[in-house]
Design a protein around this ligand. Structure first.
Ligand code: NAP
Ligand code: MG
Length: 488
């Protein structure tokens, strides 16, 4: 791949006020292709001065008559066009995402399509956001306006760079805000390209700025900046807590989509073939670097043996491959550091007494890359580290439960997280009753990992608050003004 990659133009600069720029202090960061371990680009790394420049540009555009004061319909059309442009450039964007993140290009294409759908969905909302008239006491007319917040800072992780950015940028723009997007330092390419495409879509310069740079510098400066009105964050629970503290200084609005340790519950009466397929998709899709990964497989004890056979049969057939090959279904972990972290968790599983059924090791492709075998543990106890902590890798912890729905939901809820859950059963009443008892923001019944721009996504408990996607996300990017008129 080396020579081919070196000759291609990769997006490597900050994008502020419609212009490509180097970082003020000239800092750069090497971006590595995790499948080949090669440095593929040197990308500008924003510092405090750059953050300030991006925020000032976003503020100026917000205050101008070029965006928030456009008719809602015009604004919606521009956001929709950005969705169209993403689709038009889907091959390029999917390739960039794969080179950068290591995920199979087949998956990158799904992410790119979801990003495009998200812009179109919120473009469609722009002229349907309105206030209400309220019947108050006295000779008054009272009505509400739903107004944009101002400058939104979006901070996203490296696992779904294009789609998670779209989940925040699209509703923010549709509501009339302007945006400063900080992608993860590891995965800046598609974020920068999207900000460039926004100009082509007809958004004014400054509406959508992108500042790759380290979280501890650029991310932190964005959160603390006095002229940023909201931070929309996806990432780890640990950084989420830091953002809450840092946002307090300016009483910034925040929404947090954080980690998970999602249970995938298999009742004995389920279609076990479908459940086994769902269990594997739940944990091995996206190499397990998925916040909603079904990392705890909870199987009713009477079906444990049968599930184990089915899971093993399938897991053994999953092999990592070149992520750029359209047939590949398992890619490389995003970085050496992430791979080492995941291998460390696998060691902890072994040393704490779980049984390693399959996988458990690094598996280079063509002698290179941060690939880890699909790994399955059984005999996992709820107190073990691999049952409690988010691994963010292709590692499944199989546990069993007895006592039907009571046992299932008690074990499922035994976590500080509450992002998602899966339920597999042929009994519709049991499925729906279990769905009610689960403390998580998304529940999938007889399926897993389904997303749609129209369906809200976000956490209960320490998985965060606020919602991405759907009509619910609009609340996070608007504020309500109540207007009183004396009619006497
Ligand atoms: P992370 O370390 O929390 O980073 C997320 C983003 O925050 C990155 O852009 C990062 O920048 C930035 N950041 C780091 N420190 C910061 C600070 N002090 N102030 C402001 N921004 C800061 O998470 P990650 O390691 O990239 O991603 C994995 C984690 O994200 C997992 O725990 C996973 O569960 C979570 N996640 C959650 C969801 C969800 O929807 N709930 C989705 C995906 C991932 P740099 O990386 O450039 O330093
Ligand atoms: Mg990090």
């Amino acid at each position: 791949m080396g020579a081919g990659v070196a000759t291609e133009t990769l997006p490597t600069r900050l994008f502020i006020n419609g212009e490509q720029l180097d970082a003020a202090e000239g800092r750069t960061h090497d971006v590595i292709n995790p499948a080949t371990e090669e440095v593929i680009a040197s990308v500008a790394a924003a510092g405090e001065e750059d953050v300030d420049r991006a925020v000032r540009s976003a503020r100026a555009t917000f205050e101008s008559d070029k965006w928030r004061k456009l008719s809602a319909r015009q604004r919606g059309e521009a956001v929709w066009r950005l969705g169209e442009l993403i689709l038009k450039n889907k091959e390029e964007l999917a390739r960039l995402e794969t080179l950068n993140n290591g995920k199979p290009v087949f998956e990158s294409m799904i992410d790119v399509r979801l990003a495009a759908a998200t812009y179109k969905y919120y473009g469609g909302w722009a002229d349907k956001i309105h206030g209400e008239t309220i019947p108050v006491d006295g000779p008054f007319l009272n009505y509400t306006l739903r107004e944009p917040l101002g400058v939104v800072g979006a901070i996203v992780p490296w696992n779904f760079p294009i789609s998670l950015a779209a989940w925040k940028v699209a509703p923010a723009l549709a509501c009339g805000n302007t945006v400063v997007l900080k992608p993860a330092e590891l995965t800046p390419f598609t974020a920068i390209r999207m900000a460039e495409l926004a100009i082509e879509a007809g958004l004014p310069p400054g509406a959508f700025n992108c500042i790759p740079g380290p979280g501890s510098v650029a991310g932190s400066a964005l959160v603390k900046h006095s002229d940023v009105d909201k931070i929309a964050f996806t990432g780890s629970t640990e950084v989420g807590k830091q953002i809450m503290r840092d946002a307090a200084g300016t009483v910034k609005k925040i929404s947090l989509e954080l980690g998970g340790k999602s249970p995938n519950i298999v009742y004995a009466d389920a279609d076990l073939d479908a459940a086994a397929r769902g269990a594997l998709t739940g944990i091995f899709y996206g190499k397990g670097e998925v916040c909603a990964a079904g990392s705890r497989l909870l199987v009713e004890d009477s079906a444990a043996e049968e599930m184990r056979t089915r899971i093993l049969e399938r897991a053994k057939k999953m092999v990592a491959g070149d992520p750029l090959d359209p047939k590949t279904r398992l890619g490389a972990l995003v970085s050496k550091r992430q791979m080492e972290r995941v291998l460390g968790y696998i060691e902890s599983g072994k040393s704490e007494g779980a049984t390693l059924l399959s996988g458990g090791a690094r598996t280079p492709v063509n002698g290179k890359g941060y690939f880890v075998q699909p790994t399955v543990f059984e005999g996992v106890d709820r107190e073990m580290t691999i049952a409690r902590e988010e691994i963010f890798g292709p590692v499944l912890a199989m546990m069993t439960f007895s006592d039907g729905m009571t046992g299932a939901t008690e074990l499922a809820n035994a976590t500080i997280y509450g992002l998602a859950a899966g339920i597999w059963t042929r009994d519709i009443k049991k499925a729906l009753r279990t769905a009610r008892e689960i403390r998580a923001g998304t529940v999938w019944i007889n399926t897993y990992n389904m997303y749609d721009a129209a369906s809200p996504f976000g956490g209960f408990k320490q998985s965060g608050f606020g919602r991405d996607l759907g009509v619910h996300a609009l609340e996070g990017y608007t504020q309500v003004k109540s207007v009183w008129v004396d009619l006497s």
